[in-house]
Design a binder for this molecule. Sequence first.
Ligand code: ADP
Ligand code: MG
Length: 290
Amino acid sequence: AAPLVIAVSTSISAKQGLLIRNRANFEGARRLDAVVFDKTGTLTEGAFGVTNIVPQEGYGEDDVLTWAASLEQNSEHPIAAGIVSSAEDKDLELKKIEAFTSITGKGIAGKIDGKNVKVVSPGYVNNNNMAYDQNTFERLSEEGKTVVFLLLDDELAGMIALADMVRETAKEAVASLKDEGIHSIMLTGDNQKVADWVAKQLGIDEVYAEVLPDDKAGQIKTIIRKGWKVAMTGDGVNDAPALATADLGIAIGAGTDVAMESADVVLVKSNPKDVVSLMELSGKTYRKMV
Ligand code: ADP
Ligand code: MG
């Protein structure tokens, strides 16, 4: 009878917007101890808008935005899209870029008009002992905003704050998990204060911030070593190693191809609440088979 049950559950899952890529791991989903979520693009929409530009002396807001957007044109990160669209809204003319590299989990770097240009995370700036306005940074972060820094020839030129929207459905997902006694964990490359702010909105149990992509997979291994069965949910290239490491890897449909290729299940509707639906469906499928 098993094949028939599987065929039926496949069509049910397709209707619910679940694309099952690895059936064995999907069936294990009926007894999870914890669900780990990436923040940006998973618990949040991943659609950033620029809210504040804080230039250093000698620069204007438009200068900061122009340099940053000129570089970010080449990045696929949601932060990049927010910065570029803000520059477009202001009709700023972007500069031609001569070289470009990404600094994994920390930002991007390139060359424009003979200058070394970087847009980087607070972690990068702290590691390089660069001075900046701590009060402004903390105030923005405590409002849940993601702050990035523009460096010109390795000198600070300004800060850009961006806001993202928390997904309403993420809140419902976390609440349902809690009802089932399942632990919810956030794993993000973003700053601790922003992560705490989002976690508080959603009722997340545990938060790991400023985590580099390889460390995301390491964190999953640590949870597995506790004897827990764990699912990872993510959208980004940086989530792929963690998705592959977890007992169940769940990709957000609107996310990157790399994430989807590393996952066992894809949430076609990009709705975090479908994590709960898939656990229920997995439980039903399994019960019919035994
Ligand atoms: P998340 O886990 O939340 O998806 P990432 O690992 O993609 O975050 O990024 C971590 C941090 O690195 C970001 O919060 C940002 O500070 C910085 N960063 C990454 N990519 C870029 C970019 N293109 N421009 C500016 N900053 C970036
Ligand atoms: Mg993400």
